[in-house]
Design a binder for this molecule. Structure first.
Ligand SMILES: [Zn+2]
Length: 135
C-alpha cells in the first residue's frame, strides 16, 4: 500500500496519536523555557512517562487532553454517542491509569502537576502556577 504521508508528516501524525509533542504540551514547554526552568521530556523510567519533568523541583507534569483524559466538568470532556460503550470504556480506562500513575509518582516522592489542555491557552496564569510550585 502506498504511503500517503511523507516521513515527516507521518512522524507528526504518529506523535499526535501517542499524544506527545502536541500543541498544549508545546505551549507548556514554552512557558517553562521562558521561566528558565530546566526540564526533561517523556521519562520512560517514571510511572506514566510524564510529559515533562523538572528534576530540580522533583515535579512531574502531565499535559492532558480534556477529551482523552476526561477533564471533569470541562465542556470538551464528552462521551461520544456513537460507539458509546467503546468510548466510555476507553476514556474511563485512561482516567484510571492516570490516577494510578499519579499515585505511584507520589509514592516515589514526586510532586505531580496535571495541566489540562484547556488551561494551556492562558500562559500568564500557567506561569504563575509554575512559579508558585517553584517557590
Ligand atoms: Zn478541559
Amino acid at each position: 500500500m502506498a504511503d500517503i504521508f511523507t516521513a515527516r508528516k507521518r512522524s507528526e501524525v504518529m506523535s499526535r496519536v501517542r499524544g506527545r509533542n502536541t500543541g498544549p504540551e508545546l505551549a507548556v514547554r514554552r512557558v517553562l523555557s521562558v521561566g528558565g526552568y530546566r526540564y526533561r521530556l517523556h521519562r520512560a523510567d517514571l510511572p506514566g512517562r510524564p510529559d515533562i519533568v523538572i528534576p530540580r523541583l522533583r515535579l512531574a507534569i502531565f499535559v492532558h487532553g480534556c477529551f482523552w483524559h476526561h477533564h471533569r466538568g470541562c465542556r470538551k470532556a464528552t462521551f461520544p454517542r456513537t460507539n458509546a460503550t467503546f468510548w466510555t470504556e476507553k476514556i474511563t480506562t485512561n482516567a484510571l491509569r492516570d490516577r494510578r500513575d499519579r499515585r505511584r509518582l507520589s509514592a516515589m516522592d514526586w510532586r505531580v502537576l496535571v495541566i489540562w489542555e484547556c488551561q494551556t491557552r492562558d500562559t500568564e496564569k500557567l506561569s504563575r502556577r509554575l512559579r508558585r510550585l517553584a517557590a
